[in-house]
Design a protein around this ligand. Sequence first.
Ligand SMILES: Nc1nc2c(c(=O)[nH]1)N[C@H]1C(S)=C(S)[C@@H](COP(=O)(O)O)O[C@H]1N2
Ligand SMILES: [Mo]
Length: 326
Amino acid sequence: MLIRTPPRHLPEPSEITPRTVWSQRRRIVQAAAAGIALPAPGWLSAQTTRTETRPEAKLAGKASPLSTLGANDKPTPYKDVTTYNNYYEFGLNKEEPAVAARSLKTRPWTVTVEGEVDKPRVFDIDELLKLAPMEERVYRMRCVEGWSMVVPWTGYSMSELIRRVQPNGNAKYVEFVTLNDSKQMPGLRSSVLNWPYVEGLRIDEANHPLTLLSFGLYGELLPNQNGAPVRMVVPWKYGFKSGKSIVKIRFVEKQPMTAWNRAAPQEYGFYSNVNPEVDHPRWSQATERRIGEDGFLARKRATLMFNGYADQVAGLYAGMDLKRSF
Ligand SMILES: Nc1nc2c(c(=O)[nH]1)N[C@H]1C(S)=C(S)[C@@H](COP(=O)(O)O)O[C@H]1N2
Ligand SMILES: [Mo]
């Protein structure tokens, strides 16, 4: 995500170097000083962490008929999905979250569900994991920046949770709030956004079967940089609508103010449906580059209306002017 004029007080990337990176660097320096040979440069990669020091637990899901890929879509390599991330709480560069989010504590973890519901409830993450049968949903994901991926998510429809808390008649919108812990999230020092990261959906969007509460990818628990222990996945909207590391879900009557809408209202609207016909004020949204597949020189592929999910979701927006409600 980019904003038109970065605030003056936006720190230099070097100032927001997370503690984990810093301490890793210190280890390298100390090892070098002591004459100890360390493994080759690749040793800091998420892959290395995953296989050597923190194997992700398995999280199986039943293959879902809602995985509707095109002939041209194949899952983006695990390595790209887990090392090319947007997670501003852990730094503004794509490579930073895989390293800086390693120390995020995802246990214990609770998700508070409150607001206009008859049965407000605080779920422990282990309760949430057992709330409904896990499915594997392979979805196309499109970032507003112009790149896309295909990710095999594990989770269940958000509607499974919604029906258990029984929204009342005033519940018109749902707000999703990310963890806001400056001790664990070095990126919170940056003022690009008003923290916590908040996203929102209309309640019918939240209840749409495609809207996923996700706990895993590639058959394993979510890596921290992808939003562990639980995140939203809304495949027909730009990626920023899919908030990570959710701690609170609020049912509200009025359209919520979201983090990106607040930061740059003329650039990021509440709906943020993928729409090749509505350009971002500073760039076209007609095409995209598929991460891990389309090199910088390759012809970009056409972006599809509602990211290719029009058959399923277009009805949610019948009669709306999508240029105005962008
Ligand atoms: N809390 C939080 N959620 C977030 C973001 C973020 O910076 N913070 N970035 C968003 C953006 S812009 C994108 S494209 C996706 C990226 O998800 P991924 O890293 O799993 O591909 O996460 C979204 N969710
Ligand atoms: Mo994004």
